[in-house]
Ligand binder design. Structure first.
Ligand code: HSE
Length: 320
């Protein structure tokens, strides 16, 4: 059992190795690729992890979630670390941790903050215990913890990712597009937990909606790999999850439409929302116009949103 009394870091014996890991934020689905496509973007959480031989847990967070992230056994970074340690031979010697997080990824906004926490925890713990797990094994563990691979895969590997789960086994290919892209995010000021955004989804979808999505997701990947932006028209549209989520996000349709009008190739819910991500290959001033158009569209529905213009992260989680 972890002793969670509040101890200053100086009160802890340095009985374990320390490591620092940086993990990117992610945007899942990319419109039609529900639960299988994802991308890593240039916003980061840093974790400095010290594993301890004594049963103490100290969690210090600055930035996003500093006031709300659990500092006890419920902490997702710690739970992920424990799951990794339980699967290793020499993991048993570590019974506690000092977890210092510097978070920039907004929480519960569809930008992969929980995936980043999971990946940060297992990547750092794995390095401390001598890297017994390769990247594929870390991907599997992260997917088992998160429940789906579309955020943990790009968080771990960087780039755009395509993931397939077959009887619980996950496979992911990461690739870099031949086009330099900007991702314009409009991030509403309210959180939307993924479980809530999944509650209203149907158990089955009509075949025409399935074909709508399959064709667009496939075309998106082909066009990205070949660098053919003229094939991007409509590839970011979706028929199997966004229509069922629209009532949870006032202004969703208007933000997507306004992004297109301002010059985006397309736009979609980022992950389970509530953020909207727009895709553009144009210059910075077009990205700025798209950002203003989306925040204005949300404002007209009484939703306060902030904007961010991000690039693709090509590295994924790494030791710093
Ligand atoms: N594919 C997931 C969803 C992403 O849309 O529910 C959430 O992390």
């Amino acid at each position: 059992m972890i002793d969670n009394e509040s101890l200053g870091v100086s009160g802890v014996k340095p009985s374990g190795a320390r490591i620092k890991v940086r993990v990117p934020g992610t945007s899942a689905n990319c419109g039609p690729g529900f639960d299988c496509l994802g991308l890593a973007c240039s916003i980061y959480n840093d974790l400095e992890l010290t594993l301890l031989k004594e049963p103490k847990l100290i969690v210090e967070t600055t930035g996003e979630g500093a006031d709300s992230i659990p500092t006890d056994d419920k902490n997702i970074v710690w739970r992920s670390i424990k799951m990794l340690l339980e699967r290793t031979k020499n993991g048993a010697e570590y019974k506690g941790a000092v977890i210092k997080m510097e978070n920039h990824i907004p929480m519960s906004r569809g930008l992969g903050s929980s995936a980043a926490a999971i990946v940060a925890g297992i990547k750092a713990a794995n390095a401390i215990v001598g890297s017994p797990f390769n990247r594929q094994e870390l991907l599997q563990l992260a997917t088992d913890i998160e429940g789906h691979p579309d955020n943990v895969a790009p968080a771990l590997m960087g780039g755009f990712t395509v993931s397939v789960v077959d009887r619980g086994r996950v496979q992911t290919l990461s690739f870099l597009p031949k086009l330099p892209m900007n991702f314009v995010l409009a991030v509403p000021d309210f959180p939307l937990p993924t479980w809530q955004a999944r509650q209203g989804l149907p158990k089955e979808v009509p075949i025409k909606d399935a074909v709508f999505n399959i064709s667009r997701a496939s075309m998106m990947v082909a066009a990205l790999i070949k660098g053919k932006d003229r094939f991007f028209k409509n590839v970011f549209d979706d028929a199997i999850h966004q229509p069922y989520r629209k009532d949870l996000i006032p202004g969703l349709k208007e933000a997507i439409d306004s992004a297109r009008k301002a010059g985006a190739m397309g736009a979609a819910l980022s992950g389970a929302g509530p953020s909207v991500i727009a895709f553009t290959v144009e210059k910075q001033h077009v990205a700025n116009d798209i950002a203003s158009a989306m925040t204005q569209a949300f404002a007209e529905k009484n939703v306060k949103a902030k904007s961010m213009i991000l690039k693709l992260d090509t590295r994924g989680a790494h030791i710093v």
